[in-house]
Design a protein around this ligand. Structure first.
Ligand SMILES: C[S@@+](CC[C@H](N)C(=O)[O-])C[C@H]1O[C@@H](n2cnc3c(N)ncnc32)[C@H](O)[C@@H]1O
Ligand code: SF4
Length: 476
């Protein structure tokens, strides 16, 4: 019998997934913003850095309002179950605090002169604010930087959203509404404590949502315990076929964000996660299915049925989902407990405790957790953030990062290795992520970080897993 091995080139990394350097998908994709190097010594130093952050011709302004409340307890989610809205007074208090913080940040920052490129309401489930979300929308739409080009995205939970909330947001120019569906497999839904029969609810509400926003986005997930490739492909195909759904965001399940769920797997009370090669296929098939249907990537993990969407609405989409960014010069001002802001030379983390955050705002103090803030000038931002951008990085900007010493030789070497591995493609004027690169998105962001900052991210991810192990041990 012929030895077929003899006619193939030998690969040095045959055990690796799809011939990349990786044996698994990234275990975290959210924590690349963690950075507590160069901690500010005092609140005065921090506020002075906010006011000094320079606006340049490349600067854009993005606002984010974080609502860390939810009435659900999805098993994979780190947001604690906090109802809030049963109590209108507290919703009003939270909404007023959001406005107060955003006002003070804008007053302090030079970015107030810029047009507002995007606004996102994320969570948690912003619907927990009920009609009080109007307090924030009224403030926002009266800002001088808010105009007909500003993209406004609002998340909510499908099973808890109220008519009051929908009636209120319907009075403002919302570009996109977004809610989670995760999976349609009823067994997994039950195990993940998701509400049953989501399609019935969706059918009831779609026409109403279409009156509110030109784009309806659904969040789904891959890599859930017990999930199969068939589940993933049929979820994508079914949801993309529903009239009215214009965008799908597919999230890779991040165990590092879910210590409780990881502990349940370790205890054996939940099925294991799909194996690594299967996880990779799930990502690949999700993207490929959407591309085959003619949808396009315009966001970190979001694909749009762009031919069916009003071109003006499509034009507004920045493609940054609720985690904007882009480059050193970008301004992301974020209000709300736990929210994270970025300005050139400043990273701000708001107090995590909701009550403490509100009290601090009411007393006219700066509501930041100094220990988690940073005054590092992240001049390499555009390099490590590039995989999250649907339109890649221009060669001109890449060269500029090189010429100005913003990125190290290690970072450039990593970039070129990824070209060799087929994760980054070189086009005429830019570098873009390949489909393979999208599969390994989180890893690529990590690999393009400077060695020191990469270690901060690694430590953060490790902490998540250690927490899970401790929880599992406690329960055994
Ligand atoms: C944090 S929620 C906020 C919006 C709304 N509450 C919802 O459930 O759609 C946004 C999306 O994040 C995703 N998500 C939540 N926990 C996750 C995790 N541990 N790993 C990956 N994605 C996650 C889910 O797809 C969810 O729909
Ligand atoms: S509905 Fe959204 S915020 Fe609430 S628990 Fe589920 S994923 Fe988390």
């Amino acid at each position: 019998m012929t030895n077929t091995k003899a006619i193939y080139e030998i690969s040095e990394n045959e055990d690796q997934l799809l011939c990349t350097r990786y044996q698994a998908l990234a275990s975290n994709t959210m924590d690349y913003w963690v950075n507590n190097s160069e901690k500010p010594q005092s609140m005065e130093i921090l506020t002075s850095a906010i006011s000094k952050a320079a606006v340049s011709k490349s600067s854009t302004l993005h606002l984010y309002f974080h609502i860390p409340f939810c009435a659900n307890s999805c098993r994979f989610c780190f947001i604690p179950n906090e109802r809030l809205r049963k109590n209108t007074a507290s919703a009003q208090r939270y909404a007023e605090s959001l406005v107060k913080q955003m006002k003070s940040m804008l007053e302090l920052s030079k970015a107030k002169e810029l047009p507002i490129a995007s606004v996102a309401f994320g969570g948690g489930s912003p619907d927990r604010l009920g009609k009080e979300i109007g307090i924030v929308l009224e403030y926002l739409t009266n800002l001088s930087g808010f105009d007909h080009k500003t993209e406004v995205t609002c998340e909510f939970a499908l099973n808890t959203v109220s008519n009051d909330f929908l009636d209120t947001i319907g009075m403002y120019p919302i570009t996109k509404v977004s809610f989670g569906m995760q999976t349609l497999n009823e067994k997994i839904r039950k195990e993940m404590r998701l509400f049953p029969k989501p399609i019935n609810k969706l059918k009831k509400i779609t026409a109403r949502l279409k009156e509110i926003a030109p784009i309806i986005n659904v969040d789904i997930m891959t890599g859930l315990p017990g999930q199969t490739l068939t589940d993933v492909v049929s979820d994508v195909s079914f949801l993309a076929g529903i009239d009215g759904i214009d965008a799908i965001s597919s999230h890779l399940f991040i165990p590092g964000e879910s210590p409780v769920l990881v502990a349940d797997i370790l205890k054996g009370t939940l099925p294991k996660l799909p194996n690594h090669p299967m996880q990779a296929k799930m990502r690949l098939e999700t993207y490929a299915s959407l591309l085959r249907k003619g949808w396009m990537r315009k966001g970190i993990n979001t694909y749009y049925n762009h031919q069916e969407i009003d071109p003006q609405a499509m034009e507004k989409i920045n493609g940054n989902e609720v985690i904007p960014g882009g480059r050193y010069e970008t301004f992301i001002l974020a209000a709300g407990a736990q929210a994270v802001s970025y300005l050139p030379g400043v990273r701000l983390e708001n107090l995590g405790d909701i009550e403490e955050w509100m009290e601090s705002i009411e007393q006219g103090e700066q509501p930041y957790d100094l220990n988690s803030c940073s005054l590092a000038h992240q001049k390499d931002f555009a390099l490590w953030h590039f995989p999250l951008k649907y339109n890649g990085i221009t060669k001109e900007l890449f060269q500029e990062l090189n010429d100005t010493g913003a990125v190290s030789k290690d970072q450039i070497d990593s970039f070129h290795q990824m070209i060799d591995e087929g994760m980054i493609f070189e086009e005429e004027n830019q570098y873009v992520l390949s489909l393979l690169g999208e599969v390994f998105l989180g890893h690529i962001v990590r690999a393009l970080k400077s060695p020191g900052e990469g270690q901060i991210v690694d430590q953060h991810i490790k902490q998540g897993f250690n927490q899970a192990r401790e929880l599992a041990n406690e329960c055994v």
